[in-house]
Design a protein. Sequence first.
Length: 559
Amino acid sequence: MEAKKAWRWTLYVLLAAALATGAFLAWVYPWWVERNAIAMARQWISAGRLELAAEAVQNAIVAAPERAETWRLAADLARLRGRNAEAVQYARHAAILGAGDSKFVLEWASAALQADMPEEADRALTTLSGEAAAHSAWAQRLMGELARRQGQFTDAKNHFEAALRLDGPGAVDEVPLSIVLLNSTRAPERQRGLDLLVKWATDREWGAAALRALLADAFARNERPAMLRWAEALRTNPGCTVGDMPNCLAALSMSDERHFAEVLAVLEKNHAVTPAAATQLVGWLNQVGRSAEAVAWMKTLPAQGQQHPPLSVVGAEALRRTEAWPELRDRTQQGDWGDVDFLRWAYGMQAARALGDKARADELWRSLRGHAGTNSGHALFAGDTIFTWGLVDEAEILWWAAADQGGPNAVAALGTLARHYQLRRDAEGQYRAFRQLHFAHPQDADVSNNFVYFAALTGNGGRLLDELADENLAHDPQNPTFLATRAFVTFMDGRAGDALALLTPRAAEAGRSPALAFAYGLALAGTGHKAEGRALLGKSDQSVLTAREVDLIKTVLGD
């Protein structure tokens, strides 16, 4: 080696290359893979290519599972796909990984508000330091929106005012502030809210939002001149959407019948060009209670287009609303409704019942019910439809038919059933719905929590409840709802003292969590502290409690 200088230098070069390659493989390459995976996911999300974004996000999760940015992108993707609950979970995980960065916390709170999960949003915002919250307009807006949804208008006003001071004049703060001010009982504050909305009513970006708020306020106060003004302004605004049109037409019909007729004449002329356009106008008229005008106009349209969906369906709805039963019977006995033939059976059944033709009605119900057992999507849609007609028992049968078939439609049907039983204050029904949801999605902690709670409430307990309640709390020990459920299961198991011991360290949170307040009140009353328990349980809104919960409160308080 000493004699052959060229060999020596060659060896040095090879050793240096090996070290560089090792360093590249050990540090540079993994860094590049992480960075590239995250960048690709961000680019596909920005481009709106959600299928490609989904693959890129999965790659990012594999390559960089400890990066907060990875889970932030997963939350963005879930939100764009309409999976708001998933978006909350991912945003929460990003906030945990990005501890110390307030933007992840604020995105978590934003996702929770978008998913209509106020307790989760409050939980996120409480992790912010007082200083960070006070100096962030975004945080103040989120706290303002949370307070507004909870009916705490003074707090909401204060937060939006704080955001406005931090940002300076701008629609992002002034429009939500003005909506809060409209609820004020003080005339100057309410007038300020109106003035701010009028200020932004002509703005290219915020004009439609301001006009919607002004129109909603006019509706709420039945101020007909204002309804006419703002409905016409919104209807002609470039930002007016298809969803705005029913509100505009309703306002016009209530405030100025002559002007409504003039607008309707123009719309009828413009919407007679195709069955799809006609469907849109008939649908709007059905929504605003003007189905009679829709029925009259349909008589001027070509009959052929009315024999096929979607015009056949909205036309049948107009006939049902106007109780034109013979015409509805005839309409459902002809035409080709194709993939929505099940709706023809439903409308035909309703017409037959109204006309006293029980045999025909029963025949159509058997057809509808039998079909529902093999097509979960149709079962779910038909159940939703006939429920609005007042056919509650039949709708429930169709929803369960959808639920028993599994898949995404089953989840939607079970969610509908859970809400249905909630409104009926039926604990047993909620237990059945959440039980099936849990076994379909055992990894969903929120579903699992509801299953555990209603199982314990209805006496369908067992070791499984303890295991699931412990798992949820161990996975998310700061979640007040999970803690409340763990304590509730313990209480229902006859161990009120143990339940109280679980809850006492978090007693201060009871004012912000109805679930925690309920469980804590029961535990207090169950251990002899009836006055303290009554103080908490007395604050429960019994109109939203199930009959079983109301009976439980009476029993534990000795009423």
